[in-house]
Structure formats: structure tokens, C-alpha cells
Design a protein around this ligand. Structure first.
Ligand SMILES: Nc1ncnc2c1ncn2[C@@H]1O[C@H](COP(=O)(O)OP(=O)(O)OP(=O)(O)O)[C@@H](O)[C@H]1O
Length: 367
């Protein structure tokens, strides 16, 4: 991780305002509401499809028969980079207070603002009543999980995410469930999706973009060293915390892939698919390196490199390696993107080399 500059006064003010708003919105959302009723109402909405949807068979989820996930152990931490609690203490995102997951249930939490919805659930900002610990809670209906027969994928997602501990990967603290629902407790990323930032403020300048790309390269390097491929890197799956920290999330397509072995399952999001995935060939962790190339392009250009009006045309451009840069893209950025988007996966730049690329090192002092 970078040792970026200390946040300026305006940023500190903005961050603390955000924290205050967060607590306020939780209080407002909570007034007189029964948690179960509130979650029940919100989880009945339907999801709309869109172009940037993850492809592949419906996500496979499953519910463990035991009641709890991994225990949350950690310490109260007074760093400035944590989630606030009502007593004025802060908890580092990596270290939640000691919560005993074995006995946790929905009534232990105040349910705050809805942060978003995915295919299989809603995500809320929640506060643990006793400790004041604030985190994100993903709520999934068991009925839907069974209906789509996605138990196996869900179990894998939970196991992989809870085994990972890196500053640029969204931490999963653990989970519990009741008769109707499964509840995942995750680190809360206050500034939302990178995708939304791009739509509102994109394209990003080289300083911001290189900082984000460096963090994602570091996160993917960490995952690949543990033989895990993410398989769905895209701005929708990157969340922003304080101080421009970005964290990869959504491990629904992640897979453990022992070194030297290849995968065949077609998955991911079309704009981000590598040529080997489009051609339904065997692939390895280099599909994430390709996706990092697409991400880098999207950050500095504000649209993915092979975007076309139809899926067929996009696929053709990916396979042809039809990469064109607008004039304003710096030569260093172009060089890195070209090296990430090499058609032959073996020729792609390594994630370690990405972190030392001139586009990164020249911009790093300004992060
Ligand atoms: N830890 C978090 N902190 C803050 N916001 C979050 C967090 N996790 C998810 N969100 C918000 O909730 C939304 C829904 O997340 P969720 O993981 O359910 O679905 P998704 O990743 O959008 O889609 P999918 O169903 O394909 O996984 C996200 O788009 C994001 O805006």
C-alpha cells in the first residue's frame, strides 16, 4: 500500500461529515422500525438487468447447515482510518471489536441506510448495538438462494472472502443466519462504487487512476499468490473507502486455481473478458491481468476499450485486440495498458511489474 500524503483539512472535514451523515441516516432509517420488517420490505424488490452484468450461469449459492461463520476476533483500534462508533472510538476496518458470531442475530443490530442491492440480496449499513461497531450487512433470502440453486457458489464466496486479509480487499468478518435469511457482515466502504464515481466524475487523471490501479494490482497479486482468481474485476466491484483507498469486492466468481492448472468456466463481464475467455479456451489468473488492463483504460478514458453497440462486435474487437487510444492518454498509460492487454496471456505484464511501471512510479509522489 502507498504511504500517500496526509489528507488535507477539507478532506478530513468531508470524511467526518460523512461519518456524521452515516450515523444520522442510520438513526433516521431506524426510527420506530422493526429490523425484520424493514429488511423484509426491501428485499422483495426485483433486480433490473443491464449491459454490464456478470455473465455465466446463475450464481451458485448455498447455505451451511451450521449456524455461524468464522468468529470475529480483533481489537479496538484508535487509528484515524476506521469505522466510527458512537462512543467516539474507532475500529480499524481490518479489526472489528470482539463480537461473538455464535450468538449474533438480527436484533443485535440497528439497521441503517440501504447501500445497494445485488442479484441475491440487499446491503445495509448496520451498527452493532452493544459495541457500536459499524459495518455493512448483506442480507440474502434463503428461498432465493435455493430457488437459483446457488448454494455451492455462495459457500465458496464466503470461504474465499473470509480467508483473505489485504488492505485492498473488502473484509468479510463472518456471517449468521435465521430461518429466512443469511446475513454477511462486511467492512463498510463509505464512498461507494468506483463505477458511480466514474459515471459522475470520470475520466480520472493519471494521479488518481494510477493510485487505484496500483492498489488493484497489489490486491490481485496477493490473491494470485494464494492461487485465487477473482474473475470479475470491474469498477462495479471496486468500493472506495477513506483517503482514496479502493477495495475489490464481490468474490462470487472467485475460484481457487492451483498453480499450473487451467479453468474453463465462462464467466465475467463482457467488456472485461479476455480473448481466451471469449474463445472458451482454458485460462488461468492472467484473465485478471487482462481485466486490470480494461479497468486502467476505463479509468483514464471513461469507457471500456472494446465497447461496441452489440455483444458480437465487442467480442470481435477483443479477439482482434483492436485497441485504440484517444489522443489525450499519456504515453506511459498507453504503454502499461498495451502490456496488460496482450492477446497471448503469457505475454502479459506481471502484477509485480505493474507496480513498478513508470506510469505508477512517476505518479506515486502525488498520491
Ligand atoms: N461493504 C460494502 N460497503 C459499502 N457498500 C457496499 C458494500 N458491499 C456492497 N455495497 C453496495 O451494495 C451494492 C450491492 O452489493 P452486492 O454485493 O449485493 O451486489 P453486487 O456486487 O452489486 O451484485 P452481485 O449480485 O452481482 O454480486 C453494491 O453495488 C454497493 O454499492
Amino acid at each position: 500500500m502507498s504511504n500517500g500524503p496526509k489528507p488535507d483539512a477539507a478532506k478530513v472535514r468531508r470524511d467526518s461529515l460523512l461519518q456524521r451523515n452515516m450515523l444520522l441516516s442510520m438513526r433516521l432509517n431506524n426510527s420506530g422500525n422493526n429490523e425484520n420488517q424493514q429488511i423484509g420490505q426491501l428485499t422483495s424488490e426485483k433486480n433490473n438487468g443491464n449491459w454490464r452484468k456478470t455473465l455465466g450461469v446463475p450464481r451458485k449459492l448455498s447455505i451451511r447447515s451450521s449456524k455461524v461463520g468464522s468468529p470475529i476476533t480483533g481489537k479496538v483500534n484508535n487509528t484515524t482510518h476506521g469505522n466510527p462508533n458512537v462512543n467516539g472510538k474507532r475500529y480499524s476496518p481490518q479489526h472489528s471489536p470482539k463480537l461473538n458470531l455464535k450468538s449474533l442475530s438480527l436484533k443485535d443490530f440497528e439497521i441503517g441506510k440501504k447501500l445497494g442491492k445485488g442479484k441475491f440480496g440487499r446491503v445495509y449499513c448496520v451498527r452493532h448495538k452493544v459495541t457500536g461497531f459499524i459495518c455493512a450487512m448483506k442480507v440474502m433470502e434463503k428461498q432465493e438462494i435455493m430457488q437459483y440453486n446457488v448454494q455451492k457458489q455462495f459457500r465458496r464466496e464466503v470461504e474465499i472472502q473470509s480467508s483473505l486479509n489485504h488492505q485492498n480487499l473488502t473484509k468479510l468478518y463472518g456471517y449468521f443466519h435465521d430461518d429466512k435469511r443469511v446475513y454477511l457482515l462486511m467492512e463498510y466502504l463509505v464512498n461507494g462504487e468506483l463505477y458511480k464515481l466514474l459515471r459522475a466524475k470520470g475520466p480520472l487523471d493519471d494521479i488518481f487512476a494510477s493510485h487505484y490501479v496500483y492498489q488493484m494490482a497489489d490486491a490481485l497479486d496477493y490473491m494470485h499468490q494464494r492461487n485465487i482468481i477473482h474473475r470479475d474485476v470491474k469498477p462495479e466491484n471496486i468500493l472506495i473507502g477513506f483517503d482514496n483507498t479502493v477495495k475489490l469486492t464481490d468474490f462470487g466468481w472467485s475460484i481457487i486455481n492451483p498453480r499450473g492448472t487451467k479453468r474453463k468456466t465462462m464467466c465475467g463481464t463482457l467488456d472485461y473478458l479476455s480473448p481466451e475467455l471469449i474463445a472458451s479456451k482454458e485460462y488461468d489468473d492472467k484473465v485478471d491481468v487482462w481485466a486490470l488492463g480494461v479497468l486502467t483504460f476505463e479509468l483514464v478514458v471513461n469507457s471500456p476499450p472494446f465497447e461496441e453497440d452489440s455483444k458480437e462486435l465487442t467480442s470481435k474487437r477483443i479477439v482482434r485486440g483492436d485497441l485504440k487510444f484517444p489522443n489525450h492518454i499519456s504515453s506511459d498509460a498507453q504503454d502499461l495498458i498495451t502490456k496488460l492487454l496482450r492477446h497471448n496471456s503469457k505475454d502479459r505484464i506481471s502484477l509485480r511489474e505493474v507496480k513498478q511501471h513508470p506510469w505508477i512510479t512517476k505518479n506515486r509522489p502525488f498520491w
